[in-house]
Design a protein around this ligand. Sequence first.
Ligand code: SF4
Length: 148
Amino acid sequence: MKQAMIVSACLLGENCRYDGKDNKNALAIGFSSRYTLIPVCPEVLGGLSTPRVPCEIVGGRGYEVLEGRACVKSSEGVDYTKEYIKGAKKALAIAKENDVTVAALKSKSPSCGFGKIYNGEFCKTLVNGNGVLAQLLLKEGIKIISCD
Ligand code: SF4
């Protein structure tokens, strides 16, 4: 039996991006040869609709959001921190239920981004850091593979 892997749903072709499109990715889809892929979109799991307003982490990185020291906001300044944390926790629960040890996540997202995320100024500038879900999974010892 194959081991389970959490994958950002948009990488597998689900139209769950903020703009209603997908981020279909051959690398992520190819992991199906070795793993049972479990698609998750933490933003949808958190109760946000698709399409939705794009958000960035403002005032920190994913770990600071989880510690209550930064927030996730839309470009209009609406605070969606609660939804982002709720969705990340639901995705983590799914990972635990399925004994997941590795996840393939979409790069740069305020939820799924690993290593680089946008800087919170909505100017397409990247900074070092992780999104909320990526940070939560890392904290639980789950390895992350970033996919563009
Ligand atoms: Fe894809 Fe993650 Fe954004 Fe959902 S939250 S659309 S899975 S990058």
